[in-house]
Design a protein around this ligand. Sequence first.
Ligand code: SF4
Ligand code: SF4
Ligand code: SF4
Length: 276
Amino acid sequence: MAAEYVKFVDVTKCDGCRACMVACKNWNDLPAEPQDFLGSAQSHAKTTADTWNVLQYIEHEDSKGNLDYLFRHSACFHCTDAACEKVCPENAISYTDFGTVVIDHEKCVGCGYCVNNCPFEVISLKEYVDKNGDKYRKANKCTMCTDRLEEGLQPACVTTCHTGAMEFGGKAAMIKKAEDRVKQIKDRYPNAMVYNPQGVGGTHTVYVLAEKPSVYGLPENPKVPTSAVIWKDYAQPIGKMMIGATTMAVVGAFITNTIISKKKNGKNEDGGEHHE
Ligand code: SF4
Ligand code: SF4
Ligand code: SF4
């Protein structure tokens, strides 16, 4: 069994060069997505099916009234208890021994349940056209470069980072490093913290944030939505036994649509706030 790994992102060492975005595009052969000017140096509002990490640029006034310019490399968190994995009716999303969360495109039917349930909004659908001209969709997100890990390499973005803002290594060592780093920077950043939310079982992309999560548009206490837990751990196994997998997919659609309409009505569940 492979060791469990963590990508440690120390946002206080990032200089915003965006090389991680370029490395990700190159390694994963993702097309460029030219965007209209958004009013800041940030290139894309959030991750998309063809842009798996986005460098956030945040103008922030700190507690002393000084203007701070914050950066954050944002991508899939590779949750230990991943909502996307829980809600997928086709079991197209799974965990690897490295602790990463990956999508099997052969199994994905493009239903979008994973997209609607991710507490961090970092998974998206992409439209494809087959040889008959028919359109179909598949979910896409950061893979933590699992194909590179299998070859004994590190993620492309980590390898490219020229300031050492990203490191990759064994889970316990990386979390310890993050905790030590927070102690070092508390004078400069009193609100600094390790972001490794336990509501999703901890994550395999662990951050040292300079400010509170909300400053970065992150949920303070993200959780796997209760409906996702009920669906995966209770309804799906019992339902499959009793009424068969196809009917269960229809039931899944009903549950997910109910969640979506709740969100639209402003009754967001405990999956985390929406954010840029
Ligand atoms: S961050 Fe979202 S897409 Fe990534 S593993 Fe967690 S739930 Fe799935
Ligand atoms: S780990 Fe790989 S797939 Fe994920 S953001 Fe970095 S380069 Fe992209
Ligand atoms: S390569 Fe490193 S320094 Fe450059 S944007 Fe990415 S994380 Fe920041």
